[in-house]
Design a protein around this ligand. Structure first.
Ligand code: HAM
Length: 429
């Protein structure tokens, strides 16, 4: 039997309704913050990620789905959404419009990683980006947006970790001293970190290996190398977070796995998730747009993994329901009550026209089995077309939560559903 590729998952009903609800929450929060949606292609020229995410990163070195298309173009399934946003921002002249440009996106990302709980080869991200603002208020605004998402989903106890990795100017000297320090401790580093040492020494700082952690403890800290502008930005950021009551912890080993970051980096974790507990991560990327040929355009943003947010939602205080519920399930049994199927189907048309949701059983199983189906679907009401109802244009409407039942005229069902007529008051003739 053919199966979905390793590390990918099918999103099936009724679970897909949890995805839709999450997406609705994300869209509505984005609107509150005035972020507009952008949809970029799933494919990009590989060069975009080489130049921005960075040739020495794990993503580019090990994880990209890169291939040549039939025209010989070197393409990559996007592993992340920030570089594509910046590319579209430039390509479509958004840089000439009013800045900052506040964007959001929801879509699949692809990384050839070792699949495990919370880590997939195709995962989905919600991302929010602010392009064209150097202000620390913009850093705080995206962090607020991120925290709002967690709060809205009932994920209390999230932990915000922040760090600064300086700018191209102040990072050089730090990198030099860090490399020299790590070289001295080369023997204690894990094999991965030994190779990182040449390629990307900053990444040694967030290695999870015990021996590397011990070395990192004594490493030169970026905070001591910040230029005065980066130091100002960092201090303003911390001051604003404190004054807006956004609790944070400074984690000097937080460096993130993408090369485009400058100054602020942050992650929001939710410990009950276990090993993969990073709900979202982001930071400032003041050189990214220039890297792909644009003018100086500071930017800041973050992205959240939807699979992780959904896994967290199950354990949070406001779990997203795996069903939307339904307003009305219509029950008829054509072989016992001729024309009841047609009467029921007409009623469905009427209630859907009035904006309500409903369904029926085209296979006309027993009334008992249809009642069970209505229950499974979370129907608020069922409308039963039985023997007596079939003479006289009536239908029995049953409120599922308490079993209250009344016989009403078929054309009154819409009023019952909208709560305009209490069932017991509905005229019975
Ligand atoms: P990232 O940290 O690589 O950042 O990914 C963002 C989030 O996507 C992670 O925090 C995690 O929740 C989720 N994620 C990443 N990889 C996987 C995976 N293999 N399986 C499941 N979930 C995953 C970025 O991608 C940046 N573009 C974020 C950003 C936006 N920075 C500035 N703006």
């Amino acid at each position: 039997m053919l199966k979905a590729p390793r590390g990918t998952v099918d999103i099936l009903p009724p679970d897909s309704s949890r995805w839709q609800q999450l997406e609705a929450v994300l869209r509505s929060i984005s609107r509150k913050y005035n972020h507009e949606e952008i949809r970029t292609p799933t494919l990009e020229h590989s060069e975009l990620f080489l130049r921005t995410v960075g040739e020495e990163t794990d993503i580019v070195q090990k994880e990209m789905y890169t291939f040549k298309d039939k025209g010989g173009r070197d393409l990559t399934l996007r592993p992340e959404g920030t570089a594509p946003c910046a590319r579209a921002f430039l390509e479509h002249g958004m840089s000439h419009g009013r800045l900052p440009k506040k964007l959001f996106y929801i879509g699949p990302m692809f990384r050839y990683e070792k699949p495990q709980a919370g880590r997939y080869r195709e995962h989905h991200q919600y991302g929010a980006e602010i392009l064209g603002s150097p202000s620390p208020y913009s850093d705080v605004e995206v962090i607020m947006l991120a925290v709002d998402i967690a709060n809205e989903l009932g994920l209390s106890g999230t932990q915000l970790f922040i760090n600064t990795i300086g700018c191209a100017g102040c990072r050089g000297k730090h990198r030099e001293d860090l490399t020299r320090y790590l070289e001295k401790h080369r023997e204690q580093l894990c094999p991965d970190c030994r190779s990182r040492l040449e390629r990307n020494p900053l990444r040694v700082l967030d290695c999870k290996e015990g021996s590397c952690k011990a070395v990192v403890k004594g490493a030169p800290a970026m905070l001591d190398y910040l230029c005065s502008e980066c130091k100002d930005h960092w201090n303003q950021l911390k001051g604003l977070l404190a004054s807006y009551k956004l609790p944070f912890e400074v984690d000097t080993s937080l460096v993130r796995g993408l090369d485009y970051y400058t100054r602020t980096v942050f992650e929001l974790k939710w410990p009950p998730l276990g090993a993969q507990d990073t709900l979202l991560g982001g930071g400032r990327y003041d050189g990214l747009v220039e890297e792909i040929g644009g003018g100086p355009t500071p930017g800041v943003g973050f992205a959240a993994g939807l699979e992780r947010i959904l896994a967290a939602s199950e354990k949070g205080t406001k779990p997203l329901r795996a069903s939307f519920g339904m307003d009305l399930f219509v029950i008829s049994q054509e072989d016992r009550f001729p024309s009841s199927l047609n009467a029921g189907f007409s009623l469905l048309r009427e209630i859907r026209d009035a904006g309500f949701s409903g369904d029926f059983d085209p296979l006309q199983r027993s009334i008992k089995s249809q009642m069970k189906q209505a229950d499974r679907l979370g129907a608020r009401y069922v409308a039963i077309f039985g023997a007596e109802e079939m003479d006289g244009g009536n239908v029995t409407v049953r409120r599922m939560k308490d079993g209250h039942q009344d016989t009403v005229k078929v054309n009154e069902v819409v009023s019952v559903l909208s709560g305009e007529v209490a069932e017991s008051d509905a005229a019975k003739q």
